[in-house]
Design a protein around this ligand. Structure first.
Ligand code: GTP
Ligand code: MG
Length: 195
């Protein structure tokens, strides 16, 4: 199915985050994990979201309206980027937290994790924060083209056990397109009401 992606809003400040009841799924993950690349891959457009090999590229909350589907994918700034000043990290932490707390339409958060990297404190903190806030977690392992099948499966099991009870993480790669269909199905079933 061909989908259209439209960047409908960009927020840099807490005051620009107006609560909305429209269905949304947010993408969260450490800087450089591949959030913006995943948006581009799903959209089939290379330059929709800005990507960079330097962490900290996305500095705003970006809202992409998906049609058909009628929901919004929200690209969040990355967390855990140590080379930012403490003030900047605090500002983004607040922006992300405020967004996650104040979005009545938020159906789930896709937590993106680099398949090559063992579980990091910042990822575990994000997962635990979401669980406490009662927000559904869609775990996605990124850059799966960089690891063989056996290593991917081991990391999937590791995260399934850590998140506990949630679905097995989807292995995704924007280089090979692995996991793209599975991700669309998961997003649709989380964001589109069934009744
Ligand atoms: N091999 C490979 N590289 C990837 C993949 N996805 C992203 N990358 C690379 O990872 C780097 C970071 O990608 P981004 O999409 O900018 O990451 P981000 O999570 O949006 O980063 P921030 O905006 O800084 O939070 C870029 O150099 C991408 O080309 C993938 O599936 N496979
Ligand atoms: Mg980005």
């Amino acid at each position: 199915m061909n989908r259209s992606f439209e960047l409908v809003k960009t927020a840099y400040e807490l005051s620009q985050l107006l609560p909305t009841a429209e269905p949304q799924v947010a993408l969260a993950g450490r800087s450089n994990v591949g959030k913006s690349s995943l948006i581009n891959c799903l959209a089939g457009r290379k330059a929709l979201a800005k990507i960079s090999s330097t962490p900290g590229k996305t500095q705003s909350v970006n809202f992409y309206q998906i049609n058909p589907g009628g929901y919004t994918l929200v690209d969040l700034p990355g967390y855990g980027y140590a080379r930012r000043s403490q003030a900047e990290r605090a500002k983004w932490g607040q922006l992300i937290e405020q967004f996650l707390t104040l979005s009545p339409g938020l159906k789930a958060v896709a937590v993106l994790i680099d398949v090559r990297v063992p579980p990091q404190k910042s990822d575990l903190e994000m997962v635990s924060w979401l669980r406490h806030a009662n927000i559904r977690i869609l775990p996605v392992l990124t850059k799966c083209d960089k690891m063989n099948q056996r290593e991917q499966s081991a990391r999937q099991r590791e995260w399934r056990d850590l998140i506990g009870g949630a679905a097995t993480p989807i292995c995704f790669s924007c280089v090979t397109g692995q996991g793209k269909d599975a991700l669309w199905s998961a997003l649709d079933s989380l964001a589109i009401p069934t009744d």
